[in-house]
Design a protein around this ligand. Structure first.
Ligand SMILES: [Zn+2]
Ligand SMILES: [Zn+2]
Length: 338
């Protein structure tokens, strides 16, 4: 018996698909009565899920495989879209055997000695971004240029870069940051792949930054096709994905699946694939319902009076994670892109 399928029959959304706020009818399993909760679905609804990697390199910069080979690897692994983000080499958008290719590039600022290093990914640009490497180039310059070209800017691997979270918090116009960058982990690097602590610090300071997971594939020696985003969109086009990424209708993953994240401000409900743990992070230091058993693919969290944000991670039996971006609760401020 598929527990997920069974549970979803007990939960009926009655909103029009174009809005994210909706009433949801829940079946109370103790009384078998239907309850109307005014829950806001944060993942989007009634659309399709598309899998993509927004950070990878090829022989056009320091990657070990050709663009053609890289596309073949991701297509074979079932990806719906990718962005080839070679250093300082902007790729064009297009289609490859039914897989969408978004325009992409990775730009950087800082020399690691006198100025901190920032790597910024741009995806979905509609025109060529005009940037020149220079000592005076700032991360905000890069973000503004990407934004001006109609693209989305993502802060790459903040933990690997040892980014000062207070400094990064001043950046405006980021569509997200990498909560996980496969290449920044073992055995390709030290152990700084997971940057989730940054997101909790930013959120506790009032800035909600959206979570992206990417491979940052270079050597294609096991780091490829490991970390990705799942986007809930009308269609797998550059404009469809852009809209959903701006609306926060996506999550980052290494395998586990989110199916629904909803809140009425007092509780947070999560439906997902069967996992070992469902974890609700917030700024409240101690609460007893932070971790839930995820074996049935469902958990609820009661928002505390002291909570400024909630961020959700689900973790399966193999230690693979999925991340849903922090969101404000108790009337704290909203994300940069709202
Ligand atoms: Zn980088
Ligand atoms: Zn990279």
């Amino acid at each position: 018996m598929d527990l997920n399928a069974m549970r979803f029959k007990d939960k009926i959304r009655i909103a029009d698909a174009g809005r994210s706020a909706c009433a949801v009818l829940y079946k109370n399993h103790n009384t078998s009565e239907w309850m109307d909760k005014n829950m806001e679905e944060l993942l989007g609804q009634g659309k399709n899920w598309y899998k993509g990697n927004l950070h990878m390199h090829t022989t056009h910069s320091d990657g070990s495989v050709s663009p053609q080979e890289a596309l073949k690897i991701y297509k074979k692994a079932g990806y719906d879209f990718v962005a080839m983000t070679d250093h300082w080499m902007q790729s064009q958008c297009g289609m490859w055997n039914g897989m969408l290719i978004l325009s992409g590039c990775e730009w950087d600022a800082g020399d690691m000695v006198h100025t901190p290093v920032y790597h910024i990914i741009g995806v979905g640009m509609e025109r060529k971004v005009k940037l020149t490497r220079s000592v005076s180039l700032t991360p905000q310059d890069i973000i503004d240029e990407i934004d001006g070209a109609g693209g989305l800017a993502i802060l790459a691997h903040p933990a690997w870069s040892l980014t000062d979270p207070r400094e990064a918090m001043k950046l405006t116009g980021l569509a997200g940051a990498e909560v996980y960058n496969t290449m920044s982990g073992l055995p390709w690097n030290g152990s700084r792949a997971d940057a989730s602590l940054y997101f909790d610090l930013w959120a506790s300071w009032g800035k909600m930054v959206r979570c992206i997971a990417s491979d940052d594939s270079h050597g294609y020696s096991g780091e490829q096709t490991k970390s990705y985003i799942m986007v809930n969109a009308d269609d797998c086009t550059a404009s469809g994905l852009h809209r959903s990424l701006c609306d926060g209708h996506f999550y980052a993953s290494q395998g586990p699946r989110f199916e629904s994240v909803s809140t009425d401000g007092k509780t947070v409900e999560v439906d997902c694939s069967s996992v070992k743990y469902i974890v609700f992070y917030s700024n409240t230091v101690w609460c007893k319902d932070r971790i839930a058993d995820g074996s049935e693919g469902h958990a609820s969290y009661t928002v505390k009076d002291t909570d400024k944000f909630v961020r959700i991670e689900i973790i399966d039996g193999q230690g693979r994670k999925a991340w849903y971006s922090p969101f404000a609760v108790n009337n704290e401020c909203k994300s940069d892109k709202d």
